[in-house]
Write a protein that binds this ligand. Structure first.
Ligand code: CP3
Length: 354
């Protein structure tokens, strides 16, 4: 269907980048959040004995792991192998990524004094990221690399809670209880997040995605007041790179009520989770953005017939949108059969985009 080995092809003219811009494409491009990682035996093999954070800072490993799902599944984009907390660690925050748990912060952030532990991120703190992106894009040829960062709210949640959280109670207590400290913390996080995106775009990433995974826990008014300005700053960080124009994807989980506001934060593509249909998402955002999504990752465990029917429905709904990038509604679950993922890619590619 498409040739990933085409060395001279320009990723800026790839099907995925065109779809992100709402341009005509021959078929619907597809990639998967968490396409790299534990669902792949080749990933588990190269990660043996190497900690998660360490693996994100070794350009040889980052390159290999980023390319693995592209080779195996023939997806239309690579996503940079890293984690949303990598720039925080690079800026000096004492944290770890614990297997089966997620990011854990040694000393949670709760007071104004804690801001001193969060310096701005400068490119010299992440020269390895520049190197990794350059190595990956040299290998990818015409296939685009998506760079990413965590959005200020989701990063703040990990810093304030000290780790993963169901209810985000400490985060909300700080947000509502000390709005000025919340604002100052998020302004710093927007700088860090934006700088991380900017480094990746400058080094050759063809698109970027801002993950605000947990912001669906806020009502719309509070999103607009406490979050949107900071996410806008992070997304805008890639706007003024000379000669570089990367489409911007903005995604969160359970964000059905926030989709319009997340688009307004400066996105070209709004990521939709599996709780809202693409038709509803298109209506809620006034068909102003390309959409990305939204197969339920759990459906990859269902028999092929209902799975294929749902894939077809999503591609059909995508045809009614300004543009569509097929993806899951959240990341690939670690116990997913990778052959099913490959089969979904083949199915999406077999259907025409219009
Ligand atoms: C919230 C969030 C995090 N990290 C990320 C998000 C936003 C996306 C989302 O909503 O899922 C983003 C992320 N993390 C990782 C990627 C890599 C690229 C890809 O999507 O293929 C991306 C895009 C690698 C990873 N990040 C992590 C792993 C698993 C670690 C391992 O393989 O040992 C991977 C491959 C660890 C991590 N890091 C985080 C979590 C929740 C976990 C999972 C904990 C676990 O279940 O073990 C924080």
């Amino acid at each position: 269907m498409h040739d990933v080995t085409e060395v001279n092809a320009d990723p800026r003219n790839s099907v995925l980048i065109k779809a992100a811009r709402g341009e005509e494409v021959p078929y619907t491009p597809v990639w998967f959040m968490r396409q790299a990682g534990r669902s792949l035996p080749e990933y588990r093999k190269v990660r043996e004995g190497v900690g998660m954070l360490e693996s994100c800072r070794r350009p040889d490993l980052v390159t290999e792991i980023t390319l693995q799902p592209v080779r195996r599944h023939d997806v239309d984009a690579a996503i940079f192998f890293s984690d949303i907390v990598v720039p925080l660690a690079a800026a000096g925050v004492d944290l770890d990524i614990v297997a089966g748990v997620g990011p854990v912060v040694a000393q949670p952030f709760r007071t104004r004094a804690d801001l001193a532990r969060l310096p701005e991120l400068t490119p010299d703190m992440v020269t390895d990221i520049t190197e990794s992106v350059q190595l990956i894009t040299a290998e990818l040829g015409g296939t685009p690399l998506i760079g990413f960062a965590g959005a200020p709210f989701t990063l703040a949640s990990y810093l304030i809670e000290g780790g993963p959280s169901k209810n985000h109670e400490n985060t909300k207590a700080l947000m509502y209880g000390d709005p000025q400290l919340w604002k100052d913390l998020c302004a710093r996080l927007a700088q860090i997040s934006g700088a991380f995106l900017r480094v990746q775009a400058a080094a050759g990433a063809s698109a970027i995605q801002l993950f605000d995974s947990w912001v669906g826990n806020l009502p719309l008014d509070d999103y607009r007041r406490f979050v949107q300005p900071h996410s806008r700053t992070a997304l805008a960080a890639v706007d003024d790179l000379p000669g570089i124009d990367v489409p911007k994807i903005h995604f969160g989980v359970g964000t059905g009520e926030l989709l319009g506001a997340m688009g307004e934060a400066g996105a070209d593509v709004v990521g939709v989770d599996f709780r809202v249909s693409l038709d509803a998402a298109r209506e809620r955002t006034g068909n102003q953005y390309a959409l990305q999504g939204n197969l339920d990752p759990a459906l990859l465990f269902a028999p092929w017939e209902p799975l294929a029917a749902r894939v077809d429905e999503i591609v059909a709904a995508g045809r009614r949108a300004k543009g569509h990038i097929f993806n899951l509604g959240h990341g690939v679950l670690p116990s997913t059969d990778p052959d099913v993922v490959t089969r979904v890619v083949e199915r999406v590619h077999s259907l025409s985009a219009r």
